[in-house]
Design a protein around this ligand. Structure first.
Ligand SMILES: [Zn+2]
Length: 271
């Protein structure tokens, strides 16, 4: 009788401890970097509402500078609707830190594999911009037309997922291997066009990635308009080694931050 009582007491204590442990393990950990999450929410709104880089599809992520092996990305909803509660924390294998968050984007491997391959990249944008998809399908290369598109002179590679075992019906980056192939094709460049699909754009900061996306799309439109005018077209060519891409210089970063503050202010007024 006595041993039964002791057994019951031990079981109760272990059970209680188990409940506590379960609650700790199962509790939503919450974002480890709330300020970065706030900026990521703003970036989603800016890209969707202010500069029209993202439509109902596409996504933007940010790497956590406090823990470079983690990045943040929204659950699978349209960028223009993202709030802080939608943001999921991932490791670089694109596995959610909270296992319950299985509601992420299918193509999250674009982000994780680029972060893995490029320690300098702190933000990634994946968009389906028509003006850029056109250049991925044309023999006319995308070339630098605007002073803020200096990074285009480094080259914008084109990736065809079908050559790497991708599905020709949807062209999606649906697994880590395809994400890795995309990151390898990107190499050290700022952006890569995805044939029949879209684009992946990077930046050393989130504001610069957003600016790069804005200017890359603008450059494509300006080039198409210039070609359509019918005369000869002059391009902005950078002398080899003359200066780094916009955003990596103090002046470029300051200009990007100025635009970022303005766009962020605009989306902060949304209801
Ligand atoms: Zn896509």
């Amino acid at each position: 009788m006595k041993s039964r009582t002791i057994f019951a007491a031990v079981t109760a204590i272990l059970g209680f401890a188990g409940v506590i442990a379960f609650q700790r393990a199962g509790a939503a950990p919450g974002p480890a970097n709330p300020a970065l999450v706030e900026d990521l929410v703003a970036a989603n709104r800016i890209l969707a509402h202010e500069i029209a880089v993202l439509d109902a599809y596409g996504h933007v992520s940010a790497r956590d500078p406090r823990n470079p092996n983690r990045y943040y990305l929204s659950r699978a909803i349209s960028a223009g609707m993202v709030t802080a509660a939608d943001v999921i924390e991932y490791d670089l294998d694109s596995k959610p830190i909270d296992p319950a968050r299985s509601d992420g984007y299918l193509e999250r491997f674009i982000h994780g594999e680029i972060y893995k391959a490029r320690p300098d990249v702190m933000a990634v944008i994946h968009a389906h911009s028509p003006e850029l998809i056109a250049f991925a399908s044309s023999s006319v290369p995308l070339r630098n037309m605007i002073h803020t598109g200096s990074f285009i002179n480094d080259g914008i590679p084109i990736f065809d997922v079908r050559k790497f075992g991708g599905n020709a019906d949807d062209m999606l980056i649906r697994n880590p291997a395809l994400g890795k192939s995309l990151a390898q094709a990107l190499g050290s460049k700022t952006a890569i066009l995805m044939f029949g699909h879209g684009v992946a754009i990077t930046g050393p900061t989130l504001p610069t990635a957003v600016s790069n996306a804005y200017f890359l799309n603008m450059n494509a439109r300006v080039q198409e308009q210039a070609v359509r005018l019918g005369g000869s077209v002059s391009y902005l060519e950078r002398a080899p080694g003359a200066r780094p891409a916009t955003g990596t210089t103090p002046a470029g970063a300051a200009a990007n931050n100025r635009a970022w503050e303005y766009w962020k202010h605009r989306v902060s007024m949304e209801k």
